[in-house]
Design a protein around this ligand. Structure first.
Ligand code: KG4
Ligand code: ZN
Length: 340
């Protein structure tokens, strides 16, 4: 029997709603919040207010585009966390209201598991490649950098994580000191295409196991700029492309190094990437090239599933609903992964 799920995502600065029938995407609507650009980062209080303004039209559009009314849904999946508490509260409360109004069960979703499970979505006119279990997923976003061993849609283990900054944060913070707009990741990606990835050398971390660290790289980047700008005030402007290319190449190297080690040790060769930074062209090329040499099957998400979206929340919700995981109406959102 078909299962139709509405997904709701509001963990950070994108308000999104999507409808899936089984694993097939019927609609995926995302309202991004331009209000943060002038501050160079997400302002939590402004994010919650924008979610409140966006959520009704976004859900309404997602249902209309899917050609369905709310009373025909089997379940409502919502992001319970991790994320900004005020933002999560908007999506969670909305899901509860809709659930009560139409007497439809709710399913809670872990945002990070959503990113990973986006690899199981198909499009109406096209099936997409799905990894086999177990697989390893490099989950890289603005808030997280993890290597996750995925044994089933419901069983995942984080085997490596960052001990300080996330990969996306490294992109965004280094972009900020170069005077580039927020979020810096996509801008660096674009500028890096014109630059020489070997022009500059930045520090690489030495961290045990499969864990990551990016704060040393950030400091080394900052010191390079400080020393060079002291001699030549035009340094950043003149070397922007080379700086971006070298920074991006270093981040990709750091990410791949631990992923290769994890694959060697576990013997797992189905390798996926997910999260905002998985849109990065250097990372995508690096994964494909490494996979070719090491006999991996590599899984790159469609661009529309890299950054935050509700399709991945509906996908994760589908697996949970089939497993009978219904959320209670008194459930509160949770900001930190450790508390989820
Ligand atoms: O997953 P996401 O949309 O939100 C979080 O849950 O954090 O990830 C956002 C992050 C930002 O740090 C952004 O700069 C980064 O993903 N990002 C990129 C690219 N596109 C987005 N980083 C590098 N290259 C890109 N093309
Ligand atoms: Zn995310």
């Amino acid at each position: 029997m078909d299962i139709t799920i509405l997904g709701i995502e509001s963990s950070c600065d994108d308000t999104s709603a999507a409808v899936l029938r089984n694993n097939v995407l019927l609609s995926n609507v995302i309202a991004s919040q331009a209000v943060h650009v002038k501050y160079g980062g997400v302002i939590p209080e402004l994010a919650s207010r924008a979610h409140q303004q966006n959520i009704i039209p976004v859900v309404d559009t997602a249902l209309k585009e899917a050609g369905i009314t709310a009373d025909k849904l089997d379940a409502i999946a919502f992001t319970r966390g991790p994320g900004l508490l005020g933002s999560l509260l908007v999506g969670t409360s909305f899901a509860k209201g809709l659930s009560i109004a139409h007497n439809i069960p709710m399913v809670e979703v872990n945002h990070l598991q959503g990113h990973i499970l986006s690899h199981f979505i198909d499009l109406p006119d096209r099936t997409l490649p799905h990894p086999d279990f177990p697989f390893l997923c490099l989950l890289v976003s603005g808030g997280h950098s993890q290597i996750v061993r995925v044994d089933s849609p419901l069983e995942m283990e984080i085997i490596g994580t960052t001990i300080d900054d996330a990969a996306g944060e490294a992109f965004d913070k280094c972009a900020k000191v170069m005077g580039l707009p927020y979020p810096g990741g996509p801008v660096i990606d674009r500028l890096a295409k014109e630059g020489d990835p070997k022009a500059f050398r930045f520090a690489k971390p030495h961290v045990d196991g499969y864990d990551y660290s990016f704060s040393g790289l950030k400091t080394s980047f900052l010191y390079t700029l400080r020393d060079e700008v002291a001699e030549n005030p035009d340094f950043i402007e003149k070397n922007k492309a080379d700086l971006c290319a070298s920074l991006q190449a270093t981040i990709v190297d750091i990410l791949l190094d631990k992923l290769i080690r994890a694959s060697k040790d576990t013997g797992i060769k189905d390798i996926a990437i997910a999260g905002g930074v998985s849109a990065n062209s250097g990372l995508r090329a690096g994964i494909v090239e490494t996979g070719r040499r090491r006999g991996w099957r590599t899984f790159l998400p469609e661009f529309k599933f890299t950054t935050d979206n509700a399709a991945m929340i509906a996908m994760s919700g589908y697996f949970r609903y089939k497993h009978g995981d219904i959320a209670s109406l008194d459930l509160a959102p949770v900001a930190r992964l450790e508390d989820l």
